[in-house]
Design a protein around this ligand. Structure first.
Ligand SMILES: Cc1ncc(COP(=O)(O)O)c(C=O)c1O
Length: 409
């Protein structure tokens, strides 16, 4: 989470004092400036700021032409916005297992492709890049769109490229938990003129009153309103200046803590798709009970305990319930698609054994090293006589790591 302080307060205050808060028609064009700066930073030809990351996903899917009858591949470990976005445009999400990198498993992804698959949404969870090389290759082979959910990875790079700017489009979130934080906000990134033109149209009701339509040779269509204000633009410009320093601090701490955690027992640092630029550190335990004990005693979060990030907690999705019975994408899908609690056992197994270490970018590296040493040393309840027996149920629950749900093939 990036901190918001005095500079954002001053910037927002200046925008308010100037009085013209709509992003269009004023003199200062703060939102425009933010978009240009983010585009220059990430290399995405076009950036459009919107009111949240969920909206960014929905707008990108709509702009890319995803709709009724289409299937969209999403990982089983992500925030619920990812599977909800396809539903919002009339398509159906199909769940894909993650691998130990905590991101979409390219092998399972390829297994889940059907003649109806239209798009893939790889999610870069907890600042960790998905295997974009493999995913882009699969997408090109099967002629699928790739919409990156980079909501949790704003500013993170993968093999020298910015996440969100690799696929056909990318979605950023600027909510309070993200690397770039203004409370709520988001952006769509793309290098496709068509997707950009359609995203602009979608985010502003069909461009009826402004001149978006004149700029591009794309017919207008009815959209929604996802515009952001100049106050948000002002704050975003301040936050953007802080983004890459934040990334540097995270990278520095990850590198400093790596040897300490490598020396620990009972766990290893999770594999990573681009370890040289890693800005996060998660620990993969051999056993679920060890991860639970570590989480309880060392104050770190275990991923399975993270509520709506786990598909088993997506109750409305599992029950295929929408706001109106007649607006239900599963009803017009090309085949029956069902969900169940046990459909992605490998994902549950991995996140039940993974804890995320806060790299403490606001604290000195030396202090973080002391904390990390304390985390890996000391006596653990399971080290020695009081070691708890491994619950039999735990092994059984996740035994079938490669099980595929017949209903989603
Ligand atoms: C992976 C992921 N996707 C999408 C979103 C949606 O972002 P927002 O909360 O800005 O709508 C989030 C936000 O938490 C997220 O973590």
């Amino acid at each position: 989470m990036a901190r918001v302080g005095f500079s954002e307060w001053v910037a927002a205050g200046m925008a308010i004092s100037e009085g013209h808060l709509l992003r269009y028609g004023g003199k200062h064009n703060r939102v425009d400036r933010f978009e240009s700066r983010l585009s220059a930073l990430t290399g995405a030809k076009y950036v459009l700021a919107v009111d949240h990351g969920t909206g960014a996903l929905v707008a990108a899917l709509a702009a890319a032409g995803v709709g009724p009858g289409d299937e969209v591949l999403v990982p089983a470990y992500t925030w619920m916005s990812t599977p909800a976005a396809p539903v919002a445009v009339g398509a159906v999400p199909v769940l894909v297992e993650i691998d130990e990198t905590l991101t979409m498993d390219p092998k399972d992804l390829e297994r889940k492709i059907t003649p109806y698959t239209k798009a893939i949404i790889p999610v870069h969870m907890v600042n960790t890049p998905a295997d974009m090389t493999a995913i882009m290759a699969i997408a090109r082979k099967h002629n699928l769109l790739v919409i990156e959910d980079s909501c949790q990875a704003v500013g993170v790079t993968y093999k020298g490229k910015f996440l969100g700017a690799i696929g056909d489009a990318g979605a950023f979130s600027f909510n309070k938990y993200k690397n770039l934080n203004i409370g709520e906000g988001g952006a769509v990134l793309t290098s496709s003129e068509k997707i950009y033109a359609r995203t602009r149209n979608f985010h502003d009701l069909g461009s009826f009153v402004r001149n978006h339509a004149e700029t591009f040779n794309e017919p207008t269509f009815i959209g929604s309103n996802m515009r952001i204000t100049e106050i948000e633009g002002a704050m975003l410009n301040v936050q953007l200046t802080k983004l890459m320093p934040l990334m540097r601090r995270l990278r520095e701490r990850r590198k400093a803590l790596e040897p300490i955690f490598n020396a620990g027992e009972g766990f290893r640092i999770s594999p990573h798709n681009d370890v040289d630029s890693a800005v996060t550190l998660t620990l993969l335990f051999d056993r679920e009970s060890d991860a639970i004990a570590f989480s309880n005693q060392r104050g770190v979060a275990r991923l399975l305990d993270n509520s709506k990030h786990v598909y088993t907690n997506w109750e409305p999705l599992l029950s295929k319930r929408t706001y109106h019975p007649k607006f239900n994408p599963w009803a017009w899908a090309n085949r029956e698609i069902n969900y169940s609690d046990d459909m992605c056992p490998r994902t549950l197994n991995i996140i039940s054994r993974t804890c995320v270490v806060n790299l403490g970018p606001q604290y000195p590296v030396a202090a973080m090293k002391v904390l990390a040493s304390k985390m890996v040393s000391g006596r653990w309840p399971w080290q020695g006589a009081s070691k708890p027996a491994r619950p039999a149920a735990e092994d059984k629950r996740y035994a079938s790591t490669n099980a595929q749900s017949a209903s989603t093939r």
